[in-house]
Design a protein around this ligand. Structure first.
Ligand SMILES: NC(=O)c1ccc[n+]([C@@H]2O[C@H](COP(=O)([O-])OP(=O)(O)OC[C@H]3O[C@@H](n4cnc5c(N)ncnc54)[C@H](O)[C@@H]3O)[C@@H](O)[C@H]2O)c1
Length: 323
């Protein structure tokens, strides 16, 4: 059976993607090292949900391992008939990367190259590489367009992701590996990452804890709902296009002040805000021009930030405030 390898499949975006592929009756191999950047119990729970999905034809295999380890990567390709790859395994978070450049290069660049190397040797049909809006830094005009040079990253995280995009081009050019690099914009939703603002803000408000906001809440983020992101990834998997770089974002940035208002409305409680200057790693805005995604992937984001936050709050209540 044709198999899709989803690295980082135990994580936030990966587990939602695996669920959709399994529901489509596909064979999915998830490769994840369950690192403790955030509580690995969350990743175990994600995988447990996937393993219990009852989908006709869908077949889920978990491989616990590290994309930095060439032998592990090669063994996956030798054991399974991998025809499609989605590389979501990464160290994420711009600020966390500030003091950890070697780790980010090892995972996000070298790990990605290990996968590309195996992919081209095993005649993979399509390789989808997770990239990020943060490659645009502060020099790009808004909204961000893919033809911007994106060559002034503000920290190791976007630098390592941009470098992986460029390595991908060389694999396409030399070996004909189809690679679509998707630049995700601020993905959030139910079972979202606990280190990102949607979860942190809701959680802080519920627990009456203070939450840190940068630059008086003037920063704007282009929040993209998980289901919309996953639909874009699935579309990219279905359409090998040579080498492509595609923004995958909602296209409607929201100031953090408004984001906070929505969260306070939803929870019915006030937030305690600590205002500090933004660190130099964080751009003032992310704003997606998603024309290319619309044209080439049929991307049409359906969930606006208010609705997406309401869905996230519903999940939070169901998960943490039941009974
Ligand atoms: N969530 C966002 O807003 C966002 C935005 C832009 C880009 N991205 C990118 O999308 C991808 C998925 O992000 P996410 O939000 O689901 O993050 P996540 O941290 O929930 O998922 C990443 C997964 O990769 C695994 N992983 C990390 N290093 C690994 C390694 N060396 N070997 C094997 N597995 C490893 C982790 O254990 C985790 O389960 C990442 O590449 C991230 O950089 C995410």
């Amino acid at each position: 059976m044709m198999t899709t390898l989803v690295t980082g499949g135990a994580g936030f975006i990966g587990s939602h993607l695996c669920a959709v592929l399994l529901e489509q009756g596909e064979a999915v191999v998830c490769l994840d090292n369950f690192n403790d950047y955030y509580d690995p119990a969350i990743k175990r729970a994600n995988v447990a949900r996937l393993a219990s999905l009852d989908s006709p034809g869908g077949q889920f295999t978990l491989v616990e391992g590290d994309i930095r380890d060439v032998e592990t990567v090669n063994a996956v390709f030798e054991t399974h008939d991998v025809k499609r790859v989605v590389n979501l395994a990464a160290m994420a978070n711009v600020r966390y990367s500030i003091e950890r450049a070697p780790l980010y290069v090892a995972v996000n660049l070298n790990g990605a190259v290990n996968l590309m190397e195996a992919a081209r040797r095993h005649s993979v049909e399509i390789f989808v590489q997770a990239s990020t809006s943060s490659v645009y830094g502060t020099t790009a005009p808004v909204p961000f367009r893919e033809d911007d040079a994106a060559d002034r990253p503000l920290a190791a995280y976007p630098a390592s992701k941009r470098a992986a995009e460029m390595m991908a081009h060389s694999y396409y050019h030399l070996f004909g590996l189809n690679v679509t690099c998707l630049r995700f914009f601020n993905v959030y939703g139910p079972a979202g990452r606990p280190d990102m603002m949607p979860f942190r803000v809701l959680d802080a408000i519920v627990k009456g804890k203070p939450i840190t906001l940068f630059n008086g809440g003037t920063m704007r983020r282009d929040w993209t709902y998980i289901d919309d992101t996953v639909a874009g990834v699935a579309a990219a998997l279905a359409r090998p296009m040579g080498y492509e770089v595609i923004n995958l974002g909602c296209g409607a940035p929201m100031p953090m002040t408004e984001f906070m208002e929505v969260c306070q409305e939803l929870t019915g409680k006030p937030a305690t805000i600590i205002d500090t200057p933004a660190p130099p790693s964080d751009p003032p805005i992310t704003y997606c021009d998603n024309t290319r995604a619309r044209e080439r992937l049929g991307f049409a984001p359906k969930v606006n930030t208010r609705q997406g936050l309401a869905n996230t709050w519903a999940w939070y209540q169901e998960t943490f405030l039941r009974g």
